[in-house]
Design a protein around this ligand. Structure first.
Ligand code: WTA
Length: 657
């Protein structure tokens, strides 16, 4: 956490509007009233082990039952459902094959050019078994890490489920990351196999992926033995004999029978890298049973899932939202999940609404940044489509401003559909704070209340709840099944990053989320954004230190400091303050060059919006960069607060953006 940022988080929100759940929805809902919600909360409070144990027995299939619910004897390292064995792929597929769900559509996939593929549960099961047998044929077994660097094609979900089936943890790397970023993740995880595609379609163009894998491997990833390549775009692709294999050549001929391997509850399920407040992304580790239960339960609760729902989450499988709410949560519940390869684009601004109309989508889950972009182009576009099938709308990834929330509810939801604003993180595995659509009255801009069993709070650094209306740190007081278990290869970092910022006098452990929040008089949570050196660009988490390291790796750059600033569309934009080596001139050409360089080091999403060259950066006398000052300057505000520790006040004038 930034030392020089004060923990005061002023809320500017004075939101009074409130919307009750539609009565018909509430009448049929799984949790259909606040009384029902309160009863679940009370039950979880009185007997947490009973609450979670019963849920795990009821909602998941087990090969061997578990003996203990939670072992918290070595905090912050939690162990859930020990003694039990289960398999996520089994819970997502096999258990639905007994009854009528076998022939229900599990996955609808819409490609950007308009090609559609559908898989029933039976068909998806067969595909996953073939892929799992192919992995085995390549020598991949229990415990071997497999990386996926994929476009949004069905094979991405199939590969994830195939890994889970044989107990090989996956590490999905977002397809928008660069070869450099991919290489770091392959090496950190000691990955054995990479699954990728020749490319994918994005905004009416074929975007290649395989060359980035080739580049990453050519720079040294000694652990990688094979690359399995899905043919999607059909473009010419370099192939290294012996190392590279086509998916269709290897997978299609395999047997469609591959029993799911019984996995111990705490066996590693996947690693997913996310940005923190240091230069190196953290490999967030999730394990088998707890993650499965949490993705399953939260999906059921927040979307009040019904047998005939068509659920569409617009995230990419490269992020946790795609893991939990495109693949695992929906399939574990036997729901129909839709996966879309494309994005709205100039030639097709109504792309999303067309998908909703065409597939009669009932639940739509997207990000505030997308909603703000739609707002900008006006309601004429969505008004052209029939979206009467929709019944629940969700948002995730960043705080949603009340205007965007209202627009979403009115224009997309026809003033009928509850909006569930879901707060959570890669680390939490699934949603933590969210309305229940049949129970919780919603307020535009608030994620409302914690889900049953979640003991969330807004606290000071000693762990005391702050008074109503006051800003503080968002924290969780009790372990929950979907919590991350550790940072891959660095348990100490896990402890430091999440469990040591808040230090209650009684020595108890609180999970520190890195977000600032306040609660209103109804106990509703209003999440204000990050309080650490992480910025949120269009719902993508980026570490400022990572971007700084990328800048400094350029030969002309001496020093760099990166901060976020408010951006109407993206939530936050990236501003970089850069000092150059002696004799180098900061001109427009160098600025363009540095932006390109960051794109190559991390990925296009990390490119700074503004680069400001300066002779020096504002520092304390002890040499620490004063980011608080840079944040004010980047936002175009006057520098307020204490600047007495600033070593050289004259730098401020140079830095104004
Ligand atoms: C932010 C994405 C406000 C928050 C699931 C969090 C939100 C970070 C919300 C996690 C929300 C996510 N309201 N802020 N509804 N949802 N965030 O790991 O800052 O990519 O810490 O997980 O996104 O981002 P991550």
């Amino acid at each position: 956490m930034t030392q020089d940022s004060s923990p005061t988080i002023e809320s500017v929100l004075q939101e009074q509007r409130q919307f009750d759940p539609p009565p018909e929805l509430a009448a049929a809902a799984r949790i259909g009233s606040m009384a029902a919600y309160d009863a679940l909360m009370a039950q979880a409070q009185a007997d947490p082990d009973g609450f979670w144990g019963e849920a795990a027995r009821r909602e998941l299939d087990w090969f061997e039952p578990f003996d203990t619910v939670l072992d918290w004897s070595n905090p912050p390292f939690a162990r859930w459902f020990e003694g039990g064995t289960t398999n996520l792929s089994y819970n997502c597929l096999d258990r639905h094959l007994e009854g009528p769900r076998a022939d229900k559509t599990a996955l609808i996939w819409e490609g950007e050019p308009g090609d559609v593929r559908r898989f029933t549960y039976r068909e998806l099961h067969a595909e996953v078994c073939r892929a799992a047998n192919a992995l085995k044929a390549l020598g991949v077994g229990k415990g071997d890490l497999v990386a996926l660097y994929m476009p949004m094609v069905p094979e991405a979900a199939i590969a994830m489920l195939a890994c889970a089936r044989i107990g090989a943890p996956h590490s999905v790397v977002f397809g928008g990351f660069s070869a450099e970023a991919l290489r770091d993740r392959l090496n950190d995880g000691q990955v054995k196999l990479v699954i990728t595609a020749d490319g994918g379609f994005r905004k009416d163009k074929a975007v290649s992926l395989k060359p980035a894998v080739d580049q990453a491997l050519s720079e040294g990833c000694p652990s990688v033995e094979h690359v399995l390549v899905v043919r999607r775009t059909g473009e010419a692709t370099g192939f290294e004999a012996g190392r590279d294999l086509w998916w269709h050549e290897l997978v299609d001929g395999q047997s469609a029978d591959c029993p799911a391997v019984p996995m111990a509850s705490e066996d590693r399920l996947f690693v997913l890298y996310t940005s923190g407040s240091t230069g190196k992304p953290k490999g967030v580790v999730h394990t088998t049973a707890g993650y499965n239960l949490w993705a399953h339960l939260t999906f059921q609760w927040i979307f009040d899932i019904r047998e005939d729902d068509i659920h569409w989450c617009t995230a990419d499988v490269g992020w946790i939202t795609g893991h939990s709410y495109i693949v695992y949560g929906p399939l574990s519940n036997g729901a129909t999940t839709l996966m879309y390869e494309g994005a709205p684009r100039p030639a097709k601004p109504g792309a999303f609404w067309e998908v909703i109309e065409k597939h009669r989508v009932t639940i739509f889950y997207t990000a505030p940044t997308a909603i703000r972009a739609f707002m900008k182009s006006g309601r004429e576009v969505p008004d052209r489509y029939d979206m009467s099938s929709l019944r629940i709308l969700g948002t995730v990834g960043e705080p949603i401003n009340p205007e965007a929330w209202m627009w979403y509810r009115d224009v997309i939801g026809g003033d009928r559909c509850p909006v569930v604003d879901t707060w959570w993180q890669t680390e939490t595995g699934g949603v933590m704070i969210s309305p229940l659509p049949g129970a919780t009255p919603t307020k535009p801009g608030s994620a409302t209340l914690p889900l049953p069993g979640i003991v969330a709070d807004v606290v000071d650094l000693e762990g005391n709840s702050v008074p109503t209306g006051q800003g503080g740190y968002l924290a969780v007081r009790r372990p929950w099944p979907g919590m991350m278990r550790t940072v891959h290869g660095d348990p100490d970092r896990f402890r430091r990053s999440y469990w040591e910022h808040i230090r209650p006098a009684d020595g108890s452990y609180l999970y520190f989320a890195g977000d600032g929040a306040r609660r209103d008089a109804d106990g509703y949570f209003w999440v204000m954004g990050r309080v650490d050196d992480v910025i949120n660009v269009s719902g993508h988490r980026l570490g400022t230190m990572e971007i700084e390291s990328a800048l400094v790796s350029h030969p002309s750059v001496a020093e760099a400091a990166v901060v976020g600033r408010p951006d109407d569309l993206k939530g936050e934009g990236i501003v970089a303050f850069v000092t150059l080596d002696v004799g180098v001139d900061g001109d427009a050409a160098l600025e363009a060059e540095l932006r390109r360089h960051v794109g190559l080091e991390i990925g296009p999403i990390a490119r700074p919006d503004i680069i400001r060259f300066t002779d020096s950066l504002p520092k304390t006398r002890s040499g620490k960069i004063m980011r608080r000052i840079l944040r004010s300057l980047a936002a175009g505000q006057e520098v307020s607060g204490d600047t007495s520790t600033l070593e050289d006040r004259s730098v401020l004038d140079q830095l104004r953006v």
